[in-house]
Design a protein around this ligand. Structure first.
Ligand code: MBD
Ligand code: FE
Length: 287
């Protein structure tokens, strides 16, 4: 296969990932914001527009630039990339505000590629993978606890990209639940998950978000990461991502979602197979 064929194949996969996120969102039941009180809508809409007006005045935005923006905004919708755009450039602030009173573990953004109801397994669990799944073996041991240190018999929903940076159910050609699962902790909240270390992730570059990145001279990278939702009955669910030390993009994640508390400390595995790490989650009580 030539270089250009490889690039074309990659682009085709990338385009599909951004677009699928729109379909998933429509199915997800998250569209609950339609009963926001009109005073609140008016306040928020007015303030966002005021911010736009002041940027236009300060930088003397031209008609040519206004029309470039209009064309680009139309293409975000046509490419199905509103979820991608919002999760990359807006969600991190919403997450900060939503979790500012949390006493337990830090979380971060969900991003566009969560799929609910992944197949459940009891701990110790091995996530579904292909026979020839590329990359490094990774074993994660952890415990779910409450604020007083009591183990909670909860669960860890986990999803992440493969060794080439692709997510099952978004990039074509991967088995349906590849590197996704729901792992049930034991009665003391302990769990063990075997998976493969994910690769750094480049957001799709061939759609509207990619056009913005290229036009602005930014980069499209997120550091390698493992997504989780950790929950237990009577406790607040935590959505988080775990990162690897030394990743070139931990300090300039395009999605601004890295927090120092979320960086892992993997060590060579005791059994010689890849790496292992310990990382626990502490959940707040539900209010
Ligand atoms: C991802 O995998 C991701 O986690 C985010 C936040 C945005 C785009 C792709
Ligand atoms: Fe991700």
């Amino acid at each position: 296969m030539t270089m250009s064929q490889t690039a074309t194949e990659f682009d085709a996969k990338a385009a599909e990932s951004g677009n699928k996120a729109t379909e998933r969102f429509k199915e997800s039941g998250k569209r609950a914001g339609i009963d926001v009180p009109k005073e609140r809508v008016s306040l928020l809409a007015r303030e966002v527009l005021e911010a736009v007006y002041s940027t236009i005045r300060e930088h003397k935005v031209t008609y040519a630039e206004y029309n470039a923006l209009k064309e680009w905004l139309i293409s975000v919708g046509e490419d199905g990339e509103w979820p991608l755009f919002l999760d990359v450039w807006v969600e991190h602030v919403v997450e900060d505000v939503a979790t500012e009173n949390r006493k337990g573990s830090k979380g971060t953004i969900e991003g566009p590629y969560y799929v609910p109801d992944s197949p459940a397994q009891n701990t110790p669990a091995r996530l579904p993978r292909r026979d020839d799944e590329p990359g490094t073996e990774l074993t994660w041991k952890g415990q779910i606890r409450d604020l007083d240190g009591n183990g909670l018999p909860g669960k860890v929903e986990i999803w992440h990209a493969d060794g080439a940076g692709f997510y099952s159910q978004y990039a074509p050609g991967l088995p349906e639940w590849n590197l996704r699962g729901t792992v049930l902790a034991d009665e003391n909240g302990n769990f063990e998950i075997q998976t493969m270390r994910p690769a750094p992730y480049q957001i799709p570059t061939d759609g509207a978000c990619g056009k913005l990145i290229a036009a602005a001279g930014w980069h499209a990278w997120r550091p390698a990461h493992i997504h989780v939702k950790v929950s237990a009955p009577g406790h607040e669910l935590i959505t988080a991502q775990l990162y690897f030390p030394g990743d070139a993009h931990n300090d300039d994640d395009i999605a601004s979602a890295v927090k120092p508390e979320l960086i892992l400390d993997p060590k060579p595995a005791a059994d010689g197979k890849g790496e292992e790490m310990v990382y626990d989650f502490i959940l707040d009580p539900e209010d």
